[in-house]
Write a protein of this length. Structure first.
Length: 124
């Protein structure tokens, strides 16, 4: 039994990076509008009204837009920062060869910053 668990654990280490294992490749983000009737778009797709919380891939930049009929649309872009957990790959013997490419390729090497966005259409 323990042998199987050990083999599984070692296999996971050889196919994942530290950031991918610990923090994943998606992040939960909140997008809010002061106007509860504003429609919230993420990357051009309708995601809800007023305030929403969604999981988004870390490797991509995202555009958050609030729209309401008769009002001017307002958009804001997401930012990103380096995920320090990725540096743990260095401590692991094969980290530079295996884990770094996995973390960077999956987007786990990044964080979406900030975690909360406010977009409100400008109404006359």
């Amino acid at each position: 039994m323990w042998k199987n668990v050990l083999v599984l654990f070692i296999s996971i280490l050889f196919v994942s990076g530290c950031a991918a294992i610990i923090s994943g490749s998606e992040e939960r983000i909140s997008v809010n509008s002061i106007d509860p009737d504003a429609t919230i778009f993420i990357n051009g797709a309708v995601r809800g009204k007023g305030s929403i919380s969604v999981s988004l891939p870390k490797k991509d930049r995202h555009t958050f837009t609030a729209k309401k009929e008769g009002c001017k649309d307002v958009s804001v872009n997401s930012g990103s920062s380096f995920n320090g957990i990725t540096l743990l790959d260095i401590l692991w013997g094969y980290g530079m060869l295996v884990a770094f490419p996995i973390d960077f390729g999956s987007g786990a090497a990044w964080n979406i910053t900030p975690k909360d966005y406010t977009v409100t259409p400008i109404c006359p």
